[in-house]
Design a protein around this ligand. Structure first.
Ligand SMILES: *Cc1c(COP(=O)(O)O)cnc(C)c1O
Length: 498
């Protein structure tokens, strides 16, 4: 059976999965969504015994129906291989009595973005072949720190593709910046913008929607696509690890058959938690989806009041990958709670671009009961890292700590005793300075790179290869531009002969 994709702003537009992956964003500015959310067609009893790769296939085949079995398995095998430092790919760490950290940071760039971005280039090149695309595909990416590196690693030197990454100059950690600026590859460009992540993201969206530019580039043999989580090719692979986590809890007899669990996700662009919601809709027994924000708590306010309002100060926090005021993927959820009403969705999103806010109806709000929301201040986050370290010796990164804090807060407040899976989205090595300072104030004076060695002593966890790689790598990218000059930067990169 074929599953088609439609735009959240135009239900008439129907395309195949491979076309949706190639396009990234719909021409009307909407996001592609499956016409119908599939229900798992394999039993938990079967999933219990599957490897990560087998689980990924079982989930993805139901979304990407125009890929053949051979194509999809080939993409999966190339993605989830020795680039990950464990065969489990996404191991579960049981910490304290009833919390399980789903470690999604064992890939090449030590953040959860690797879970999807190690497969996206393969899905995209396969999709290009299937659709007889002759143009070179130009991946435009805005990053709050982790997507950029994961996408660069995935697309570097991929034939038929180029990639341009924009990151906020003062909005990423030292390790994140070095990971990007030392990226090798003849088809890559990295540019720091004078602005924040939202500026980068809206700049990229504007370039996508610029039909004139698209025409101009078409003549030169280029077409744009996206590696951001607006691309359905990012979202679908992420559903797999929630299915895998549940099946592993069952296999390890941590839970009984059919037992509901809660899932807590440190949230920025709403991609990861939306994948968990899709997993629930596919039939995984998930109770609450706990949406955790840092001090940029626009989503917490939205779930509490029904009003999404981005008119507020942008806070730079110790969890920079969640410093976001416009959570793009929320549009996919909004579309669902409107009853798949494209006009209503378009109207609400128009409010967001115009006045910077919108309010959902009461009827829509009722459909959000699967979600709980909370936020952690900078102090809460640091306290959570220190507390869990002192109690258990386990070291969390700052993003994961936001979710762990909100998860505990929810449990205390509600008395909901269901076991909780916390999406652990980055290695603490990526945010060593903040993590170490949270554990002990004495580290505040030490420099970022020295702290990496110190972290090894404290956590007992080997330094990941991704960190070793940047310690003496050469900086290759120093380009900077103003947020309103991103289009010129893209053109300059594509038009130069190299
Ligand atoms: C991207 C990112 C997040 C936020 O994920 P979304 O899918 O954008 O909500 C959280 N933590 C880390 C470490 C990230 O890189």
């Amino acid at each position: 059976m074929s599953l088609y994709y439609k735009s959240t702003r135009n239900s008439e537009l129907k395309i195949s999965a491979s076309e949706a992956i190639l396009k990234g964003l719909a021409p009307d500015g909407g996001l592609f969504v499956p016409e119908k959310l599939p229900v798992l067609d394999v039993s938990m009893a079967a999933l219990k015994n599957m490897t990560y790769q087998e689980t990924a296939y079982a989930v993805m085949k139901q979304f990407l129906t125009d890929f053949t079995e051979e194509e999809l398995k080939d993409c999966i095998d190339k993605a989830y291989d020795g680039k990950f430092d464990t065969e489990e790919i996404a191991p579960l760490a049981k910490v304290g009595g009833d919390t399980y950290f789903l470690e999604l940071f064992h890939g090449a760039t030590i953040a959860f973005k690797d879970m999807a971005l190690s497969i996206l280039p393969h899905l995209m090149t396969t999709a290009a072949k299937k659709n007889h695309v002759e143009n070179e595909i130009v991946i435009l990416t805005a990053t709050s720190g982790d997507t950029g590196k994961a996408a660069l690693a995935g697309f570097a030197d991929v034939e038929g593709a180029r990639i341009i990454v924009f990151y906020p100059k003062n909005g990423v950690s030292k390790v994140q910046e070095l990971q990007m600026t030392t990226q090798k590859g003849s088809n890559v460009e990295v540019c720091a913008i004078h602005g924040n992540f939202d500026d980068a993201q809206s700049g990229v969206k504007a370039i996508f929607e610029d039909q004139e530019l698209a025409k101009e580039l078409e003549e030169k043999g280029y077409q744009f696509s996206s590696a951001n989580s607006i691309n359905i090719g990012r979202l679908v692979p992420q559903v797999a690890y929630y299915v895998y986590a549940y099946a592993k809890l069952l296999a390890n007899e941590e839970i009984g058959e059919g037992e509901e669990i809660n899932v807590a996700v440190p949230t920025g662009n709403f991609g990861n938690i939306l994948a968990a919601y899709y997993a629930k809709r596919m039939g995984v027994p998930i109770g609450k989806l706990i949406c955790a924000s840092n001090e940029n708590k626009v989503l917490f306010d939205f779930f509490g009041t029904g009003t999404y309002d981005r008119n507020r100060g942008f806070v730079l926090t110790s969890s920079p990958s969640m410093d976001i005021l416009v959570s793009s993927n929320l549009e996919r959820l909004i579309y669902l709670i409107t009853g798949e009403d494209d006009r209503k969705t378009k109207e609400l999103m128009g409010g967001l671009t115009g006045d910077g806010n919108y309010t959902i109806t009461e009827e829509m709000a009722k459909k959000l009961s699967d979600f709980e929301a909370g936020f952690a201040t900078e102090e809460d986050t640091a306290e959570c890292i220190r507390h869990i370290y002192e109690e258990t010796g386990y070291v969390l990164d700052t993003h994961t700590a936001v979710a762990a804090y909100v998860c505990r807060q929810y449990r205390d407040k509600s008395g909901d005793g269901r076991k909780c899976v916390v999406a652990s989205t980055a290695s603490p090595y990526k945010f060593a300075k903040s993590v170490m300072t949270a554990i002990d104030g004495k580290y505040k004076a030490m420099d970022d790179l020295a702290l990496l060695r110190e972290l090894k002593t404290v956590s007992g966890v080997e330094m990941p290869q991704a960190i070793k790689d940047i310690l003496d790598a050469k900086v290759l990218h120093t380009l900077e531009c103003d947020a309103d000059k991103m289009k010129e930067t893209v053109k300059a990169f594509l038009m130069c002969e190299n």
